[in-house]
Design a protein around this ligand. Structure first.
Ligand code: ZN
Length: 407
């Protein structure tokens, strides 16, 4: 009970600093909610921190070599959209995958910007994310699902957005892409949030990210994140707290990773290289604003540490071990060669109720492959069929009509 009270006190402090932020990650609020609903999470976190600590000791004593070859994580993007620019392109998602993998393998071009005092602890996390090539039914997929729904606005676990499209989270890393995220009436903008490993329910496991913070091209360009919102959220999903969790003293459910210097609070969204909010570390190092788990600008971030990799290893060796197993890599097709999939036919329209004689615009929303032909059937309309991608037709008599699209 004492631990629980302490934790709530920590959250109260953290939330106060978060509310001052304009744009931020919703992880702390989400974790607080999960722990309130399922207190077994306290023990899960405690046990995992103990495991990461033991992995760290084995690493430092040279007992255990780091696992060879990247741990491959099959990934699916669920783009929830209402036909606006939140319906981001496949190219933007592929740009996000490039950034995510460069960051987790320390292949990012700006890795050399890390200040010298931190170079010894910088890590190749040895994790690689790959878009799935087989869906849960074993069908060919490009790893991207598109669903038309107004739930893309003010998305949250509560509004049911994750239930619109979900793949077994013990086999896939689920990324839901939405227009906006619910901030429960608080000021500021939530850019993304993640579910911590080990508790909180399988069907909500994954991360939610705003569409205009995916990748560094298209709608994701020029927002300061450089595509690192998902790097940060994937860090949470693999067991990391913020570097400022617990403030200078850490303590129960403090960040607990000792090669990231203690940090009193989140770095504001810039890159203050002279910031040193805690002086209780020895040697007294500045705040590691380069760390992906701070709130500094994406252009400022470039590093996970060896200690953070210990935390990843604790998750990938236990809670999320099935994801990276050989049997799962085969089941999700991520070892297969690149082959185009057949498209899945889908469309949407702005209005489903119109006056007789009003033109109705249909928009193709087929995904998973590029259609070479369209075969629209509009019984009762003029024209009654079309080979266009986005046809407009008119219904002159009142009634209820069905529409068929084959691609
Ligand atoms: Zn966060």
């Amino acid at each position: 009970m004492k631990n629980i009270l302490l934790l709530l006190a920590v959250f109260a402090v953290t939330l106060t600093s978060l509310n001052a932020q304009n744009a931020h990650c919703g992880f702390d609020e989400h974790l607080e909610k999960m722990l309130t609903e399922d207190p077994s999470g306290f023990q899960v976190i405690h046990d995992r921190q103990a495991l990461a600590e033991s992995i760290k000791h084995q690493r430092l004593s040279g007992e255990v070599e780091r696992a060879g070859g990247p741990r491959i994580i099959p990934t699916v993007f669920h783009v929830i959209h209402q036909g606006g620019n939140e319906n981001i392109s496949k190219e933007q998602i592929e740009d996000q995958m490039r950034i995510l993998n460069e960051d987790f393998r320390r292949l990012n071009a700006d890795a050399s910007n890390l200040r010298p005092e931190f170079v010894d602890v910088a890590a190749d996390a040895n994790v690689e994310f790959r878009l799935a090539k087989l869906d849960p039914q074993g069908n060919c997929t490009d790893g991207i699902v598109r669903v038309w729904s107004p739930l893309t606005f003010n998305a949250s676990d509560n509004n049911g957005v994750k239930g619109l499209s979900y793949w077994n989270s013990s086999k896939y890393f689920n990324v839901w892409v939405v227009a906006t995220i619910d901030n429960e009436g608080e000021p500021g903008t939530i850019l993304g949030y993640a579910q911590f490993p080990g508790f909180g329910g399988a069907s909500t496991d994954g991360v939610v990210v705003r569409a205009n913070y995916i990748g560094d091209i298209g709608t994701g360009a020029n927002n300061g994140s450089k595509g690192r919102t998902l790097t940060h959220e994937a860090g949470h999903w693999l067991g990391l707290f913020h570097t400022f969790q617990g403030g200078c003293n850490g303590g129960f459910f403090g960040e607990s990773i000792d090669d990231t210097p203690p940090q009193a609070e989140a770095t504001p969204s810039n890159c203050p290289q002279n910031s040193n909010t805690c002086s209780n570390d020895n040697p007294d190092l500045p705040d590691m604003v380069e760390n992906y788990m701070d709130y500094s600008n994406g252009a400022c971030q470039n590093t996970f540490t060896e200690g953070q990799k210990d935390a990843f290893d604790a998750v990938l060796g236990a809670t999320r071990s099935q994801l990276i197993s050989n049997s799962n890599l085969n089941a999700t097709g991520v070892l297969l060669a690149e082959t185009p999939c057949a498209p899945v036919a889908q469309f949407y329209l702005e209005k489903t109720i119109v006056c007789a004689g009003t033109p109705v615009q249909f928009t193709d929303d087929s995904y998973n492959g590029t259609p070479s032909t369209y075969d629209w059937q509009f019984p009762g309309a003029t024209p009654s069929q079309s080979g266009d991608a986005n046809p407009t037709v008119t219904y002159n008599a009142p009634g209820v009509y069905s529409v068929t699209l084959n691609v």
